[in-house]
Design a protein around this ligand. Sequence first.
Ligand SMILES: [Mg+2]
Length: 275
Amino acid sequence: MRTEASRWGLGAVTPDRTLWDIDAFFVLLRRARRRVLMLDYDGTLAPFHINPARAVPYPGIKALLARLMAQAGTRLVIVSGRWIQDLVPLLGLEQLPEIWGSHGWERRQANGAYTGASLDLEMRKIFEEASAAVAVTEALGARIERKPTCLAVHWRGLPAVTTHRIKDRVCENWTRMASDERVVWHEFDGGIELRLAGFDKGSVVQEILREEGTEAACAYLGDDHTDEAAFAAMPDEGAAVLVHPYYRVTAAHYWIRPPSGVRRFLPRWIEAGAR
Ligand SMILES: [Mg+2]
């Protein structure tokens, strides 16, 4: 059972286990026949970049991902809010892992099979209107990212005063959509986005774990508020890992800092799976 103290990460102690005892997770991992490692991309495997199209992985990460994929018994999955076709060139891997993109609206399996959502005309109209409504923020310096099931307004790198002005304009325009259950919108690290409701990173984790059954040892690493749904969907015996320079209140079980914590976590995973 997840206790309240388990939300506090480093140093907190519960009656049933000492938190931040990630060693205990790796003992489980070593014994497991099957392992599932789910990784967010931006902020977890790659640093943020003012231009999202240039956010390549931290040095050393690509080689670790390649080793993970080569290891029998590990299913490597990247779970991102990005459109898969934008993510693939950034990964720069010869062999791709399984990727879920657009917050779960599209999936590319490791064998290349692709499934994606297609929007009906009515939904396309909603996104077009939402897009037109925030176009004015581009004049303030915002960058608008238009994806099939998501519209994101980025303000990373802009002065705080400009960020507030952009946010106000977006909220003014999108508030009228707040009662529309077909869409959700929320802030993320460096912007705000409108998404088609129905899938999120939590539903991706649920689907992957449903496919794997209860025997697989699993971990999910992520940095952003959109990863909280995934953390909450993780079983207590799994590892939900917040990857962030600073601790925040989170549903994750563990907290590590990027990139050093990730650079330690991935080799430990490889070592635990070595036969
Ligand atoms: Mg992220």
